[in-house]
Ligand binder design. Sequence first.
Ligand code: HEC
Length: 134
Amino acid sequence: MKCRICLLALLLALLLSACSAEPPRIAFADIDFSLADAGSGEKLFSQSNGGAPACSACHALSQRDGVGNGLAGIANAAGGRVSGQSAAEYLYWSILRPGEHLVPGYADVMYAGYENSLEAADLADVIAYLLTLE
Ligand code: HEC
């Protein structure tokens, strides 16, 4: 029956699109850190932007854990998390593809839509801010 074939084709298309991970809209290489403003990053961290939840809803700035881990010391820890990734690069991937590398002991529940609410300059600012959390 025709419909059954259509349904099968649709299911296959859905499966394929779920499997092929698109690269982030903004490449790491396209972020200009020379213009980064950590003060603006601090604001972005603690406010909801473009309908996305505030980072601070899940992350404390101390060692205290919330839904996400406390981010005190992340500037020092980030560079050692994934081999081959600089601290800034790790933070970039943590924000845009949170499910790819999970902090041990934490569930894959970080909001995964920041790609749509943060522009390249915002990412530079947020990452610059995180790099001040020593
Ligand atoms: C809905 C809750 C939630 C929100 C909102 C959220 N996070 Fe997360 N985040 C998590 C959880 C849970 C983890 C640990 C699991 C993982 O690695 O994805 C995490 C992990 C991270 C890590 C890795 C930390 C480490 O120690 O390696 C960074 C960096 C981070 N988040 C930054 C951010 C930033 C920046 C924002 C805002 C743009 C944000 N998060 C918003 C829940 C959240």
